[in-house]
Write a protein that binds this ligand. Sequence first.
Ligand SMILES: O=C(O)C1=C[C@@H](OP(=O)(O)O)[C@@H](O)[C@H](O)C1
Ligand SMILES: C=C(OP(=O)(O)O)C(=O)O
Length: 409
Amino acid sequence: MNLLLSSNQHNLHQHITITGSKSESNRALLLQALYPNITIENLSNSDDSQVMKKGLQVYNGEVDIHHAGTAMRFLTAFFATQAERNVVLTGSQRMTERPIKILVDALRQLGAEIEYVKNEGYPPLKIKGKKITNNKVSLAANVSSQYISALLLVAPTLENGLELTLEGKITSVPYIKMTLALLTEIGVKSDFSGNVITVSPQKEVVDKTLIVESDWSSASYFYGISALCNVGSEISLSSYKATSLQGDSVLKELYEQFGVETIFNKTIVTLKKVREVSKDEVINFDLANAPDIAQTIAVTCFGLGLECELSGLHTLKIKETDRLEALKTELSKLGANISVTDKELFLQPSEEIKENVAIDTYNDHRMAMAFAPLALKVPIRINDAEVVSKSYPDFWKDMEALHFKVSEV
Ligand SMILES: O=C(O)C1=C[C@@H](OP(=O)(O)O)[C@@H](O)[C@H](O)C1
Ligand SMILES: C=C(OP(=O)(O)O)C(=O)O
C-alpha cells in the first residue's frame, strides 16, 4: 500500500489515544508467562506484541516473530531456560541479518543448549530448553541492550539468580533500567552498580497488575507534527506519566528546542507549539539513550530547515534496516544535504523541500512514521505504508484525525 499525504491544517487542537509501550508490553508479557498471577493493562496493540504473546504459548515447534527484535531476543532467553520446551525461533529475512551471538554466547556460558540453524551468529535458532543453575556471565554491552534485558527478565526464575558483568560502554541504558524497574514492581530484588547487575532468584510473586504507560516512541511523531505546526497548536495524547520508564520520554526536553512545550494534566500530555524556531538554531543531540527517535528528530530538523548533528547512533545500523543509510537516501531525495558515519548524522540547513517524493520505507515502521509530518510542508508519498503496524497499527487513522489527507495511490 503506497500513500499520498498532504495537509493544509496547521492549527491543530486534537486528542489522540496511543496504546501501551511495545517495550514495556513485551517485558510484561514475558513476566506474565513466568509468573501467571500478573495481569496487564493498556497492552500495546503492535504486531511486535502480538507475535510475542503468540510465541510465549508455543511448547514445541516453530516460532516466527517476524520483524520483532525484542521478541527475538527475549524469547531466546525464555525458551533456553524453559526445561521441556524445544523450539526453532525464526523471523523475517531482516531478522536473520540482525546479530544475536552476544546473547547466545552468554546463554551458553550459563549452560543453555542453542544451535544456529543457518548462519553462525544469526537467527534462526534451535533451542532446547534446560534448567539453568550457573549464575555468572559477562557480555558486551555496547551493541544492543536487548541482550541484557533478555537475560534479566528470566534471571529471577533461575535457581541461583544471575550476576551479569557488562563489558564496554553500555548502550540504550534506559531500556535496561526499564527492565529492572518492572522486576522491582513485581517484587524481584536487583542491584545495578557500576558494570555489574545482580538479580535474586524468586519462585513466586504476589498478585500484581502492571499498568503499561502509552508508547513514547509513537508519541514522537506528534512531536514532529507539533514542531511543524503554527504557534498555538495543541495535540494531546493519552495515557502518559510524568515519571516514565521509557527513555524516549526525553522528547519533552528535546522538543523544547523546536518550540514545543509539554504540559501534563494527570494522564494526558499536551504538546503545544509555543514559539517559532530561529533558522540559526543548531541542533546537537547525543541519542545513545534514545535511538528510536533519531529518525523523527532528523526529519523535524529537515522540515524546519535547521542544521543538526546527531551522535550516539551506533545501534541504528542493526535495526529494522540500516537506518543511517535509509535516512541519508530518503532525505537526499527530498533535497537535503546530509552525511552519515557509522554513528553520526550531519544535516545542513535547507531552504526547500521537494514535492511529491516517494519515500521508501525498507520494512521499517519508523521510516514511514518519521517522514509523515513533512506532509504539513509539501505533498509526500510513503511507500509500503502498512509497515507502521510493527509498532503502531492505527497510525494512518490517527493522522486522518489530525486532518491529514491520506489517500492510496
Ligand atoms: O529493549 C527494548 O525494548 C528496546 C531497546 C532498544 O534496542 P537496542 O538496545 O538494541 O538499541 C530499542 O531500539 C528497541 O526499539 C527496543
Ligand atoms: C528497533 C526497534 O525495534 P526492535 O529492535 O525491537 O525490532 C524499534 O521499534 O525501533
